[in-house]
Design a protein. Structure first.
Length: 265
């Protein structure tokens, strides 16, 4: 016999007593959700999220309120499966329908680059930065998420500053370079999450390979999450996050409600 029953009752007891705090890492999803602008030559633009009443209690004699929701899989706070990128296209069990659900409960490390990003919107997360962080907090554990806390989520109400594209269409937003991504793969991380609109650096189209947080991570069967919220409420280590995307048939990702469980004060 193991003590898993006690662990589960301890979890519930911890949440009800406030000893374990549950933090919402998602932004609201709706017509005001900023949408990514796909770089020229990389395919079609996604639609804005839209919500339209099917019934609003009184319409057509209905008792109910419900809406038609139109959304891209990659809208708002959302999950990227390995099947999202062509480098992960041939992997088994790598879409929203088939990923094994155990992978949706995992520890998270939170690396705080808020000051660096305030000083430089083009901040690049490097392998050396990760190594320095590990000196202080220990190695990123196998199966852990790495979440980049940047303060970027505070811009979400203003799509222009959230996307932060210049007149040439280049986005100025922080993200990892290929060596940092390879470091996460070496650590056998679960995935990489960020407050910005996508997992990659704004100028990652100039990296080699291009868009390494997609190209390399998904090739290695790792996950991504973007437009995360409230990362400032998480400690550097010790968080557990719950990240199931919608079970869309062969989905490449989905909007997601991310819950983080953190030790209380
Ligand atoms: Mn995405």
């Amino acid at each position: 016999m193991d003590n898993s029953g006690k662990v589960l009752s301890g979890l519930i007891g911890g949440i009800s007593s406030g000893g374990i705090k549950v933090v919402d890492l998602s932004h609201p999803l709706g017509p005001d959700t900023p949408m990514i602008k796909v770089p020229e030559g990389h395919g079609k633009q996604p639609p804005q999220v839209s919500l339209e009443y099917i019934s609003n209690y009184t319409d057509d004699g209905g008792f109910s309120r419900w809406s038609k929701l139109v959304t891209a899989e990659h809208a708002g706070t959302h999950f990227d499966t390995p099947s999202h990128w062509y480098t992960g296209a041939d992997l088994e069990n790598a879409d929203t329908e088939s990923i094994s659900v155990e992978r949706y409960v995992a520890p998270a490390c939170v690396i705080d680059c808020t000051a660096e990003v305030e000083a430089d919107e083009d901040f690049i997360l490097t392998e050396q930065y990760l190594l320095d962080w590990e000196q202080e907090h220990g190695e990123i554990p196998v199966g852990s998420w790495l979440l980049l806390r940047s303060g970027w989520g505070k811009r979400v109400g203003d799509a222009d500053s959230f996307l932060n594209q210049d007149e040439n269409g280049t986005a100025h937003s922080p993200g990892p370079n290929p060596e940092a991504v390879r470091h996460l793969i070496k650590r056998d991380a679960c995935g990489y999450g960020t407050e910005t609109i996508g997992t990659d650096h704004g100028n990652a189209g100039m990296f080699d390979p291009v868009f390494p947080a997609h190209y390399l991570m998904h090739e290695a069967n790792k996950f991504g999450m973007s437009s995360l919220n409230n990362l400032d409420q998480l400690p550097p280590t010790g968080t557990v996050i719950v990240t199931p995307p919608l079970k869309i048939t062969k989905g490449s990702g989905s909007p997601i409600r991310v819950l983080a469980m953190v030790p209380g004060e």
